[in-house]
Design a binder for this molecule. Structure first.
Ligand code: NDP
Length: 325
C-alpha cells in the first residue's frame, strides 16, 4: 500500500525533509505494521537530519510514535492486530502514516493514556526514568541541576523530581519558560541568558554545589556545568542542543575534585525487552498516577515536519511536540 511519509535524501536544514508517498509492505518475521495516530518530535531527529549523527541515505526520520497494530509477522506474540501501542527507538521512520518495524520495540499503551500522550512521552519520559533511577539514583532531599528545564524532557524531569522529593534547579532561556518550569515543580529556576549559573547554584546550595548535573545543551553549558559539581560529583552529558561538546582534557575532572562523567543514551538502557518493559511500566505508573503530566504544547501536521524542526531548533517550543498524520 502507499502511505505518506517524510523522507530525506541528503542531510542539511529542515528544507531537506520531503513529504512524499512511500510503499509499505507486509510485516516479515519479528515485525509489525503500525498505523500512527501521533508521532513524537524529538531533538535527536534534528541531529540525524543535520548529519551530526550518521544516517544511511535515503532514509525516513523519527524515533517515536503511538498508534494501532494493523498486522504482525511470524514469531510475534506480545502484540496483536488491534492493539494500541507506543514505542521509542528503532530504525528511523516514525514520521509516517503507517510503517513496518521491529515488533520488539512496541509496548502496549494503557487505555487511560491517549495516543498523543503516548507519542509525546515515550522517548522523553523513558529518558527521565533512566537518568533519575539508573544513571544516578536520586534520593529525596537532594538538590540537582537540570538544563533546558522547560523543554520536552525538561518538564517531565521537573515533575518527576518533585515526585521524588528532589530539589531541581532548572535552567531556561526566557522568563516565560522559567514560569513554566516552576509551575511543573522546579524548586529553583535560573535564566541562563541573564544570570550566572555557577553563581546562582552556589547561592541556592549555600556554597555546597550539586552532586549531579544533567546537561543536554552541550557545547554552550558544558564547562560551567562542571563548575557546579561537588567533589566526586557526576556530570551527565546527555544531549547537544547547542552543538556537540568539544574534546576536553581529563585533568578538567581532576582539578574540580575527582569528578565523574557519563555520556548516556536511552537505547543502551532500554536495550533488552525486560528492561524496556520495566522502564515503561514505571513511566506509565507516573503518568497514570498524575504525578507526571505530559504537556503536548505544540501540534503540527506530519506534512509540516520542517516547520516543527524550525520551531524546536529556534527554541520556540516548550514541553513536548507531536506530528499528526
Ligand atoms: P527540548 O524540548 O528540550 O528542546 C531543546 C531545548 O534546549 C530548547 O528549547 C532550548 O531551551 C534549549 N537550548 C539551549 N541551547 C540551545 C540552542 N543553541 N539551540 C536550541 N536549543 C537550545 O528537546 P527534547 O526534550 O527533545 O530533548 C532535550 C535534550 O535531551 C536534547 O539535547 C536531546 O538530544 C536530549 N535527549 C537525550 C537522550 C539520551 O538518552 N541521551 C534522550 C532524549 C533526549 P531554552 O530556550 O530554555 O534554552
Amino acid at each position: 500500500m502507499l502511505a505518506k511519509a517524510i523522507r530525506l535524501s541528503t542531510t542539511g536544514g529542515p528544507e531537506v525533509l520531503e513529504y512524499t508517498d512511500v510503499e509499505v509492505g507486509e510485516p516479515g518475521a519479528g515485525e509489525a505494521r503500525v498505523r500512527h495516530h501521533a508521532i513524537g518530535l524529538n531533538y535527536i531527529d534534528t541531529y540525524f537530519r543535520s548529519g551530526l549523527y550518521p544516517l544511511s541515505l535515503p532514509s525516513g526520520l523519527g524515533q517515536e510514535g503511538a498508534g494501532v497494530v494493523e498486522a504482525v509477522g511470524e514469531d510475534v506474540t506480545h502484540v496483536a492486530p488491534g492493539d494500541r501501542v507506543a514505542y521509542a527507538g528503532g530504525p528511523a521512520g516514525a514520521y509516517s502514516e503507517v510503517r513496518v518495524m521491529p515488533a520488539n520495540m512496541l509496548v502496549r499503551l494503557p487505555d487511560a493514556i491517549s495516543f498523543e500522550t503516548g507519542a509525546a512521552m515515550m522517548l522523553q519520559g523513558l529518558t527521565v526514568q533512566y537518568l533519575f533511577t539508573s544513571t544516578y539514583k536520586l534520593q529525596p532531599g537532594q538538590t540537582i541541576l537540570f538544563h533546558a528545564a522547560a523543554g520536552g524532557v525538561g518538564l517531565i524531569a521537573c515533575q518527576w523530581a518533585r515526585a521524588l522529593g528532589v530539589n531541581l534547579i532548572g535552567t531556561v532561556g526566557s522568563e516565560e519558560k522559567a514560569a513554566l518550569a516552576r509551575a511543573h515543580g522546579a524548586a529553583h529556576v535560573i535564566n541562563y541568558n541573564t544570570e550566572d549559573v555557577v553563581q546562582r547554584v552556589l547561592e541556592i546550595t549555600g556554597g555546597a554545589k550539586v552532586p549531579v548535573v544533567y546537561d543536554s545543551v552541550g557545547k554552550d553549558t558544558f564547562a560551567r556545568s562542571l563548575d557546579c559539581l561537588q567533589p566526586r560529583g557526576l556530570m551527565v552529558s546527555f544531549g547537544n542542543a547547542s552543538g556537540a561538546v568539544p574534546p576536553f582534557a581529563l585533568t578538567e575532572l581532576a582539578s574540580r575534585g575527582s569528578l565523574y562523567i557519563t555520556r548516556p543514551t536511552l537505547f543502551a538502557y532500554a536495550s533488552t525487552r525486560p528492561a524496556l518493559e520495566a522502564m515503561a511500566a514505571e513511566l506509565f505508573g507516573m503518568v497514570e498516577s498524575g504525578k507526571v503530566k505530559v504537556e503536548v504544547k505544540q501540534r503540527f501536521a506530519l506534512a509540516d515536519a520542517a516547520e516543527a524542526h524550525r520551531a524546536l531548533e529556534g527554541r520556540r517550543t516548550t514541553g513536548s511536540t507531536v506530528l499528526l498524520p
